[in-house]
Ligand binder design. Structure first.
Ligand SMILES: NC(=O)c1ccc[n+]([C@@H]2O[C@H](COP(=O)([O-])OP(=O)(O)OC[C@H]3O[C@@H](n4cnc5c(N)ncnc54)[C@H](OP(=O)(O)O)[C@@H]3O)[C@@H](O)[C@H]2O)c1
Length: 247
């Protein structure tokens, strides 16, 4: 129970990597909160969690007022997980409105969450922020211009946060979670647009792997990794977090 006494918020915690992270953080002893965009999604997540306690909040990440209210209680751990892959399409085939919505969700809302989380963390002199990055932050894929730009921006935001607040006890880490079997990969497969869409579903990682890595990154053992942009596929990192080597 390495995270006993810590309060965590996972954005987009109702499915996929977010839901697995809610479960893993709670099993590590944290008091876990998560956001979802409908009451039905909160109920579905709680059914999936069974006896594992976690509190769902009906919050759209793009709603600045709801976000501000959510953070009033203060959190020790923030997992900036909520994101959207779309619009998937070449630049002439997508709208600027859809592009801007992606950036607002994947980058601006993540910035807002950090901005809202920092005061309580700084008051305690400690806090952990995990920004869920992507290989796309560093290697663009055809048809994902908004997603790649947003994730690249998020990776830079990780570094900016470390630069400005790392010395005051804020541990911020970016984690590319690998190619994971979630609904997001289902949308990617359906698009057929780039090599990621061709990956067989059987080759994708289960959600518990990034969840275990995120939980380990929040633990005291990972204190030396503050400020870094990491990839779950790094063999040394996997060994430290007790994840199996990749095939
Ligand atoms: N799966 C992969 O292979 C992969 C690879 C690299 C990086 N990632 C990153 O890992 C994270 C989790 O991805 P995933 O695969 O688990 O995705 P997912 O299954 O599509 O789930 C995305 C989550 O984000 C939430 N969300 C999206 N827009 C939101 C908004 N405006 N406000 C609040 N919540 C919102 C969704 O809520 P709803 O249920 O309401 O839509 C859902 O809970 C993301 O940051 C993603 O970019 C995933």
């Amino acid at each position: 129970m390495t995270l006993a006494g810590q309060t965590a918020l996972v954005t987009g915690g109702n499915r996929g990597i977010g839901l697995a992270t809610v479960r893993a953080l709670a099993l590590a002893g944290a008091t876990v909160h998560f956001t979802a965009r409908s009451a039905a999604n909160i109920a579905a997540a709680q059914r999936a969690l069974g006896d594992i306690p976690a509190t769902g909040h009906l919050v759209n990440m793009n709603d600045r007022v709801a976000m501000t209210t959510l953070f009033e209680q203060g959190f020790d751990i923030l997992v900036n997980n909520a994101a959207t892959i779309g619009p998937i399409g070449r630049m002439l085939d997508i709208s600027v409105e859809d592009w801007a919505h992606n950036i607002d969700t994947n980058l601006t809302a993540a910035f807002h969450a950090i901005q809202l989380a920092l005061p309580a963390m700084l008051a305690k002199g400690a806090g952990t922020i995990i920004n869920i990055s992507s290989g796309a932050a560093h290697r663009p894929q055809e048809g994902w211009s908004a997603y790649c730009a947003g994730k690249a921006g998020l990776a830079r935001l990780t570094k900016s946060t470390h630069l400005e607040y790392g010395a005051q006890g804020i541990r911020v880490i970016g984690l590319a979670p690998g190619v994971v079997d979630t609904d997001m990969q289902g949308s990617i497969r359906a698009s057929g647009l780039n090599p990621v869409s061709q990956l067989p579903r059987a080759s994708l990682a289960p959600t518990d792997q990034p969840a275990r890595m995120i939980t380990w990154l929040c633990s005291p053992e990972a204190a030396d990794l503050a400020g870094q942009e990491l990839d779950i596929r790094q063999p040394e990192l996997r060994a430290r977090a007790d994840l199996p080597p990749l095939p």
